[in-house]
Design a binder for this molecule. Structure first.
Ligand code: HEM
Length: 143
């Protein structure tokens, strides 16, 4: 159990930390200068660490979740609600990541830069949402 949570938290550090750096430090500069080279550089470097981290989150997260919620999606206890919200955040994150990776990044230009920024900000907010719901599992709900 302690190893599962440790792995889950290492993945969380990488996922949340990386997206906060991207949103708070890199994105504002790129939006101001309209030079998206730093964004492409970050994406290229971060992808190889961020994607395995997300995969670790899903595997360890599901293993942890099964202890509280055998059906995974359920709303009978506060812990189950927090876990269900995490799964919703996961599907929303994957949908945004696929859209950005397959359809926006390959033809990034001045026109769709703002659209990509919305994706990045949403994925970062969802990352913080994962954290809040994770802590809520331990503390007995979001209240
Ligand atoms: C990028 C995605 C994710 C991030 C950043 C994340 C982050 C966190 C954090 C920070 C905690 C708090 C751990 C603690 O209180 O010690 C946590 C706990 C937890 N997470 Fe995640 N998580 C993610 C994905 C998932 C997924 C997909 C699931 C599966 C539904 C999941 C299930 C859980 C569970 C069940 C706990 C409670 C563990 C316990 O205290 O026993 N997580 N998560």
């Amino acid at each position: 159990m302690i190893w599962l949570i440790t792995l889950h938290l290492i993945g969380a550090c990488i996922w949340i930390g990386g997206h906060l750096v991207l949103t708070i430090r890199i994105l504002p500069e790129v939006l101001k200068s309209r030079d998206f080279a730093p964004l492409l550089y970050f994406e290229k470097k971060y992808e190889k660490v961020g994607m395995p981290a997300l995969l670790i989150q899903v595997v360890t997260g599901v293993m942890l979740a099964l202890k509280y919620s055998p059906t995974l999606i359920a709303f009978e206890t506060p812990q189950q609600t927090a876990i269900s919200i995490k799964l919703f955040l996961l599907f929303a994150t994957i949908a945004l990541a696929i859209n950005a990776r397959l359809f926006i990044f390959p033809k990034l230009n001045d026109k769709n830069l703002n659209f990509l920024a919305v994706h990045i900000i949403l994925v970062t907010l969802f990352a913080v949402g994962f954290l809040i719901c994770g802590v809520a599992v331990r503390f007995g709900g979001l209240g």
